[in-house]
Write a new protein. Structure first.
Length: 385
């Protein structure tokens, strides 16, 4: 008989209220923190020590717990890391595995696999407000998992790929932190200019041709990063696929600027095409590294937000970007900044590209390993040949 999920895990949900948010203190996790199997604490809030005690009275997340969303962002999950004091936010649940039966890392990959994602889709309740899962019924969901040794072997293979992706992400974050520090020093007491004085926008407009392209749309761009572009035939590309990019361009989403969807494009493939929902910023009087940092600042973002129109779907436009103020130091300072940060961002770009390839490999292996169509021996044996 196939076991039920409740035979392998304990199921908890978070509080149905929100405490007062703080700038520091224990983390108050929320569903925005769950990103493709990773927990991004940068998207979480903080609570006071007093509220932390109240919010963890019934349950406090432990290392190895699987955190997931049971409303709106269904299918997202991540493991609770070590060394983090946190309480659950609204719409978040926890699966706490019985470690004698279920390896936590395997549970995460099983949750993210097409098998379990299909189960989520089948059991989703589509209410008047948001789609949700009924936690009271999850314990009865049928699941099929291999023995613990096989679980561990599968988790080791997929985890090795994720570990390298995480290491690359640390490189990118370290470069970003260094860039911010050097930028603050370089722009101290500098004059202010318009973005339009230092860059051109949307320099390349493309027409559909033959063959295929790699298409980057708004949804593929995050905060300082972008997902693997979609390979698609020109004949099947959406009408928005018209924006060409070149080495050193910065792309910024015109929609919901408060989300800070932007990235620096370095050494792009010749067939990369962006959506017209993305502004391309080509530096003219400053270097790419400097201009990228200038467009990452909160002051720049606030200007875009102030210039947005539409309440339900706020968006900005090229005219607003052109008027955005940026600091502009003298040529010597600009050169010194570029000499330091140009190579650093290129190293981060290489790491990011490697991560995209590794993620594609992981995503291809995941359904095969979970379904049993591919064994761990088949993966490791092929890799050693």
């Amino acid at each position: 008989m196939m076991p039920a999920l409740g035979d392998l895990v304990q199921i908890y949900d978070g509080p149905h209220a929100t405490p007062t948010r703080r700038d520091s203190g224990p983390y108050f996790l929320n569903i925005s923190s769950l990103k493709s199997g990773r927990l991004d604490l940068g998207e979480s809030d903080h609570v006071s020590e007093e509220d932390f005690v109240r919010w963890t009275r019934r349950m406090q997340p432990r290392v190895g717990d699987l955190l997931f969303s049971y409303e709106t962002r269904l299918g997202e999950a991540a493991l609770m890391p070590d060394g983090v004091r946190a309480c659950l936010g609204r719409r978040m649940g926890v699966l706490r595995p019985d470690r004698a039966l279920l390896e936590p890392r395997y549970l995460l990959y099983y949750f993210l696999s097409p098998l379990f994602q299909e189960l989520i889709a089948e059991r989703t309740v589509h209410g008047a407000t948001v789609p949700r899962l009924l936690l009271s019924e999850m314990a009865s969901w049928p699941v099929e998992v291999p023995d613990l040794a096989t679980q561990t072997a599968i988790a080791d293979v997929l985890g090795a790929l994720d570990d390298k992706i995480a290491a690359n992400e640390r490189v990118r974050r370290a470069v970003g932190e260094l860039s911010s520090v050097l930028f603050a020093s370089a722009t101290r007491d500098s004059r202010t200019a318009r973005l339009g004085d230092c860059a051109k926008l949307n320099e390349r407009t493309l027409k559909p041709g033959s063959g295929s392209i790699r298409y980057l749309d708004i949804s593929s761009v995050g905060v300082g990063e972008f997902a693997q572009p979609i390979e698609i035939a020109w004949s099947e590309a959406p009408g928005r696929a018209r924006r060409g990019v070149q080495n050193g361009d910065i792309i910024w989403s015109t929609v919901r600027p408060e989300r800070r969807s932007h990235a620096l494009i370095l050494d792009p493939p010749d067939d990369l095409v962006c959506s017209t929902g993305l502004i391309t910023i080509t530096p003219t009087k400053v270097g790419s590294a400097f201009l990228y940092e200038a467009t990452r600042t909160q002051e720049f973002v606030d200007f875009l937000i102030a210039g947005s129109t539409g309440s339900a779907y706020p968006a900005t436009n090229a005219a607003v970007f052109l008027e955005a103020p940026i600091p502009l130091p003298d040529a010597t300072v600009l050169g010194e900044f570029e000499a330091q940060m140009g190579p650093a961002w290129r190293r981060a770009a290489v790491a990011a590209e490697e991560s995209r390839r590794l993620a594609a490999t992981r995503d291809a292996l995941l359904p095969e390993l979970m379904s049993g169509r591919l064994t761990v021996d088949g993966v490791t044996g092929g890799a050693s040949e």
